[in-house]
Design a protein around this ligand. Structure first.
Ligand code: FES
Length: 137
């Protein structure tokens, strides 16, 4: 059982990547944890490549959260950026925890919050595509 933050987590927390907002995001996911009170937003930009494949070309996050919320959010943006949307959809909290080399047990929910916010952003993107299709029909 891991009981404190390892060096990788601390490095990710003190030097987070992809923090901020995407002005022209086409998907936004927001999630809050009622127990700890932390909130996280994930912004994504999905674009089609020449083959028509959906690629997550940009991703950013903003959080009112703990050190683990910042570290796990930063890590999920690094795992997702530049990947096919179909691959990004498979990222779950265990992938984040593994990439960080482990998290204290009481901080696992922070990684779940990051993966849920990304899933919500993807849902938002897909809903917008559906609405666009209906409007253009
Ligand atoms: Fe709740 Fe970290 S303590 S997200």
């Amino acid at each position: 059982m891991v009981s404190k933050y390892n060096k990788k987590v601390l490095k990710e927390f003190t030097n987070p990547k992809n923090m901020g907002e995407i002005k022209n995001a086409n998907g936004i996911g927001k999630i809050g944890n009622p127990t700890c009170g932390d909130i996280l937003w994930v912004y994504i930009k999905v674009e089609k490549d020449k083959k028509g494949e959906e690629i997550l070309t940009d991703i950013k996050f903003k959080t009112f959260g703990c050190a683990a919320a910042i570290a796990t959010s930063s890590m999920i943006t690094k795992l997702a950026k530049g990947k096919k949307l179909s691959e990004v959809e498979k990222i779950n909290y265990k992938d984040i925890v593994d990439a960080l080399g482990g998290l204290p047990n009481i901080k696992i929910h922070c990684s779940a919050m990051a993966s849920q916010a990304l899933k919500k952003a993807i849902e938002d993107y897909k809903n917008k595509i559906q609405i666009k299709k209906r409007v253009n029909y």
